[in-house]
Design a protein around this ligand. Structure first.
Ligand SMILES: *Cc1c(COP(=O)(O)O)cnc(C)c1O
Length: 357
């Protein structure tokens, strides 16, 4: 008998979500975003499911890009932050990787590159988020410079949205993008998950969905994605390994944060922050226990957490517990814990055994 925690990755859900994305995206091509080890789902586990329906893969690490090539993916691969040094640029040329270009230092490196095979470029415009990218008024000059380089193949205009999950949230960015694109007749890639779902006017040539492929919400609210029929791809499950009968005044866990006000039965679950469960989760955080939603009681430990068994009198040693997944959206847990589903999925700890179905 091993420790009863495991994460289940549902490949059918991922394939289904990609089809739903395609329905939303219309004619636009789809970059499946698989950075952060496919948002914690495991690139190696899920890539072939996505490969059956995607137009390309977008990610951060060149190692992952090279791994995909080695695994047999011949289609487009986009490095979302581009190359980080001249050696990586050489690999972009060699392996046909599309690179984002967001800064002058990358332009200079491209200009100095000796490679003979041209590399496709995503010219990144800073559309107001002020992380990476050229200012709209610089874009035309950068494009001209890129175009004059024999080392550069196709050029696409790329931007990113800071709040596409809010009504009118892309308006300001779209103004800056239109300004940047003035006089340029080149493809555009703008839309993340939120824009794929809620801003069809941003779709253009290539969309870049990440979180919705995994069935979680880009808005941090699970209700917002209900109309789109997405299915959660990851379920984190465990079991009850201990039961405590509390009297009024009894306390639970580190810091004695929880105190019983009456007689109460609690269950001890084999899941802790070292598994990726958020230690900041308060006592209002939902937990699914054997078919019933209940709540956390007390601070999350490294290897354990406690749940209130008052609403589940039938629960006992060995009862199944879902921390998030098909019965309990990760967004609901994240919201209670003051974070977003993205962070919880990406933080699934290496020590958790993963089962692929
Ligand atoms: C992560 C990322 C995406 C995908 O974002 P989601 O909100 O997960 O859809 C798209 N574009 C860029 C540049 C990114 O870094």
């Amino acid at each position: 008998m091993t420790r009863p925690i495991s994460a289940t990755i549902d490949l059918q859900a991922i394939g289904h979500n990609l089809r739903q994305v395609r329905q939303q995206a219309g004619h636009a091509k789809v970059w499946s975003v698989v950075k952060a080890d496919a948002y914690g789902h495991g690139l190696k586990r899920i890539w072939s499911t996505l490969a059956a329906g995607t137009d390309g893969f977008a990610l951060l690490n060149i190692e992952d890009a090279l791994w995909l090539r080695q695994a047999g993916w011949r289609g487009p691969i986009l490095l979302l932050e581009g190359f980080f040094d001249a050696d990586e640029l050489a690999l972009c040329h060699e392996y046909g990787l599309t690179t984002s270009v967001h800064s002058d230092w990358q332009l200079a490196m491209l200009a100095a590159s000796q490679a003979r095979k041209p590399v496709n470029v995503y010219l990144k415009v800073n559309s107001g988020m002020n992380r990476l990218g050229f200012r709209p008024e610089e874009v035309n000059a950068v494009w001209q410079q890129l175009q004059s380089l024999a080392q550069v193949g196709e050029i696409t205009l790329m931007a990113h949205f800071a709040k596409a999950d809010q009504p009118g949230g892309t308006d300001g960015a779209m103004r800056l993008i239109r300004q940047a694109a003035e006089g340029l007749n080149i493809p555009r890639s703008l839309a993340n998950s939120a824009a794929v779902l809620w801003c069809p006017e941003t779709h253009y040539d290539w969309v870049r969905p990440g979180i919705i492929l995994y069935g979680a919400s880009p808005s941090a609210n699970s209700q917002d994605i209900a109309p789109f029929g997405l299915r959660p791809a990851m379920s984190l499950r465990s079991r009850i390994i201990g039961i405590q009968h509390l009297k009024a005044g009894d306390k639970v866990g580190y810091g004695c944060r929880y105190q019983a006000t009456k007689t109460q039965r609690i269950g001890i679950v084999a899941t802790g922050y070292a598994d990726g469960y958020p230690r900041t989760a308060p006592d209002t955080t939902p937990v699914w226990v054997d078919g019933v939603l209940t709540t956390l009681t007390g601070a999350v430990s490294m290897d354990m957490l406690a749940v209130d068994l008052t609403p589940c009198p039938h629960a006992s040693i060995g009862s199944p517990v879902e921390l998030w997944g098909g019965n309990l959206p990760v967004d609901d847990v994240a919201q209670a814990a003051g974070t977003i589903g993205y962070e919880l999925l990406c933080a699934l700890a290496p020590r958790v055994p993963v089962v692929t179905v």
